[in-house]
Design a protein around this ligand. Structure first.
Ligand SMILES: C[S@@+](CC[C@H](N)C(=O)[O-])C[C@H]1O[C@@H](n2cnc3c(N)ncnc32)[C@H](O)[C@@H]1O
Length: 267
C-alpha cells in the first residue's frame, strides 16, 4: 500500500502555498457575494439534483471544502448542520473567517480526509464532494471507506467532479496542441508530480512546492463506492468543463464527457 501521508502532507504544503494567490483574486469577490442574504454558488446541472435530495435541515459534510463557498451556499439553501473538512490550514482559516463574519453557521475543520476524527462517524445525511477532490487522494478505496463512515444509515454521497476521460487530453495551457489528441494514459498507476503551481483562480504562474495528482478511472471510483457499501442511484455525464483546464474541449467540440454527477446511498 502507498505511504499516503507522504503525498497528503506534500499536497497540504502546496495548497497552503497556493491559497494566498487565490485570495489575492477572490477574497473581496466572495466577501461581497456572501454579504447578500442567501447567496449561493450552486448552479445547474447540480442545482436540480441537490433540490431533488431535499437538503432542508439535512446535515452535510463537505470533504475537500477549500474556502467553503459551496458549503456556505448549501447552508444558505436550508441545510442543517454543515461541517467542511480540508487539509489546507489557509483554506480553512479563510472559510471559517468568512462564515463567522457573515453569520453563516458552518464549522470548518483542518484535517487530512483520511484522518477525520471518528467523532464525526455516522453523523451526516449527505457527504458532498465537488470539483477537484478525488485526484488529490493517494488511496481511493480508503477514501470512500472514510466517506461511508461519515454517513449515517441511508445517508447519501453526492459527487460533482471532472470526468476521468478528460485526464487523457491536453490542458488549455498546452497552446500548440490539438485539444482532442490523447496524450496521457487512462490507466495510470503513478501520480503526476507537479511543481507548476495551482493558481487556476488568478492564473499567476509560480514554481511551487511539489504536489501529487492521482488519476482514478471510472471503475476505480465506482468500485470504491460499491465496495464500501454504497449503492449508486444516479450517474450523469456532461460536456461541461468544470475544471478550468479543458475550456477548449468544451468550446471546440465534439461533445465529450468532461464532468459527471454521481449520487450513491449507504445501504
Ligand atoms: C480544487 S480544491 C476543491 C475546490 C472546491 N471544490 C471549490 O471549488 O472551492 C481541492 C481541495 O482539496 C484539499 N485537499 C487535498 N488533499 C486533501 C486531503 N488529503 N484531505 C483533505 N483535503 C484535501 C485541498 O487543500 C484543496 O482545498
Amino acid at each position: 500500500m502507498r505511504d499516503y501521508k507522504k503525498y497528503t502532507q506534500a499536497n497540504r504544503d502546496a495548497w497552503n502555498e497556493a491559497m494566498p494567490y487565490h485570495q489575492k483574486s477572490n477574497v473581496d469577490k466572495w466577501d461581497l457575494a456572501f454579504s447578500e442574504k442567501n447567496f449561493s454558488v450552486i448552479k445547474e446541472p447540480e442545482l436540480s439534483l441537490i433540490d431533488s435530495m431535499d437538503i432542508q435541515g439535512q446535515s452535510i459534510a463537505h470533504v475537500c471544502c477549500n474556502n467553503g463557498v459551496e458549503l456556505m451556499s448549501l447552508k444558505n439553501m436550508g441545510a442543517g448542520e454543515c461541517v467542511g473538512f480540508d487539509i489546507s490550514d489557509e483554506a480553512i482559516q479563510e472559510a471559517q473567517g468568512r462564515a463567522d463574519k457573515m453569520g453563516i453557521d458552518c464549522t470548518f475543520v483542518q484535517t487530512d480526509v483520511y484522518e477525520i476524527s471518528e467523532k464525526y462517524h455516522g453523523s451526516f445525511d449527505i457527504v458532498y464532494i465537488s470539483i477537484g477532490c478525488l485526484g488529490w487522494m493517494p488511496a481511493i478505496q480508503r477514501f470512500f471507506g472514510k466517506v461511508a463512515a461519515l454517513l449515517n444509515e441511508n445517508g447519501e454521497l453526492f459527487i460533482h467532479e471532472s470526468h476521468p476521460f478528460s485526464e487523457m487530453l491536453p490542458s488549455d495551457d498546452l497552446e500548440d496542441m490539438d485539444p482532442m489528441k490523447i496524450i496521457e494514459p487512462y490507466f495510470k498507476q503513478d501520480p503526476y508530480v507537479d511543481n507548476d503551481g495551482i493558481d487556476y483562480v488568478g492564473k499567476t504562474t509560480y514554481k511551487s512546492k511539489t504536489m501529487y495528482w492521482f488519476v482514478w478511472t471510472l471503475s476505480d471510483i465506482l468500485m470504491g463506492i460499491i465496495e464500501n457499501g454504497m449503492k449508486v442511484r444516479h450517474f450523469s455525464e456532461y460536456p461541461d468543463d468544470i475544471s478550468t483546464l479543458h475550456g477548449k474541449n468544451q468550446e471546440t467540440g465534439p461533445d465529450i464527457p468532461l464532468s459527471y454527477i454521481l449520487i450513491a446511498e449507504k445501504e
